[in-house]
Design a protein around this ligand. Sequence first.
Ligand code: GLN
Length: 309
Amino acid sequence: MGAILENALLYGKSFLSYGKVADYIPELAKADPSNLGICLMTKEGLMYPVGNWQVPFTMQSIAKTFSLILALQTAGYDKVFSKVGMEPTGDCFDSIVQLETKQLYPFNPMINAGAIVTVSCIECSDPFSEFLQLVKQLCFNDTVRLNEQVYLSEKHTGQRNRSIAYLLLSDHILEGDPEPILDSYFRMCSVEVNTQDLARFSLILANDGKDPVTGKQMVEDWIIRIVKTLMLTCGMYDESGEFAVKAGIPSKSGVGGGIIAAADQGMGIATYGPVLNKKGNSIGGIHMLEYLSRELNLHYFANKTDTAV
Ligand code: GLN
C-alpha cells in the first residue's frame, strides 16, 4: 500500500504545473503550490499518510458535506429538499445563472447557492458552533478551529455569494436576513483541517455512518446515503460526471485544495494540493484519486470479481 501511495503522489506531482492556486479569496493565494499529500485510512484502522499530509488548509466547499448532515439531522429531509434540489448543474460552483433562468431553487447542496440554502435550514440557535462541534466529532480531533484570516478574507470579498443570497431572498427561498446566514457559511468554509482529519471523516462516510474503529454509529445511515450520492453526482462541480467515470468514488472538493473520497472497500481518503484546475478542483488530488482508483480497484461500478483492472 505504501508504494502505491508514493507512486500516486509522484503521478499527481507531474500535473502541478498545469494549474494554479485559488486567488479570488486573497488569503488562499498564500498557499505553497508545491504541496501535495494524501492520507488513506482502512476500515481496520490503519493509516497510510504520504507527502505533505500534515499541512493545514481550509475546508472550503468540503464544508458542504457537514452542513448537509447538520441540516438533515436538525430540520429533516422534507424541509431541506423543499428548498434545494438533487440535480447536478453542469455549471461552475458559484454560478448564479440557473437560479434566474431554470428554476428558483438551487439545484443541489454541493454548489454555493445550494449550500447557502442548506445552512439556512439548520435548526439550532448557533449553527456555526454546532457545525464546528460536528466537525470535531467526525474528524476525531478536538483542536479543529476556524482560520480567522481566511474567514475575514472570504467575508470581505464574498460579493458573489452575497448576490446569490439576496437573489434567493427576493425569490422567498431564503427566509430572514441573509447576512447571518452568509456569515455562518463563510465561517464553515474557513474551518482549518489537514488530510488526517478529513480521511477520518471519509472513513465514516465510507462505512455508512459507522466508525469502524470504535464500532459506533456516528451519523444515521440514511443521511450518509444521501450525502454520498450527492458527492458522486455533484461533488466535483462541473467535473462531477468525468470524475465519476474516471475514478468512480463519491468525492467532494474545495478551493482550499482538499478532496475527500469515501471509497469502496470502506476506505477513507483525503488529498491536499492547492493547485487547482480550471473547474476549481485540486489538479494533483484529482489525478492521485484516479490513480488510486485504478490501482486499488476502488471504482464503485468496477467489476469486483476481476482484480486486474
Ligand atoms: N468559500 C468558497 C466560496 O464560497 C467555497 C467554494 C469552493 O470551495 N468551491 O466561494
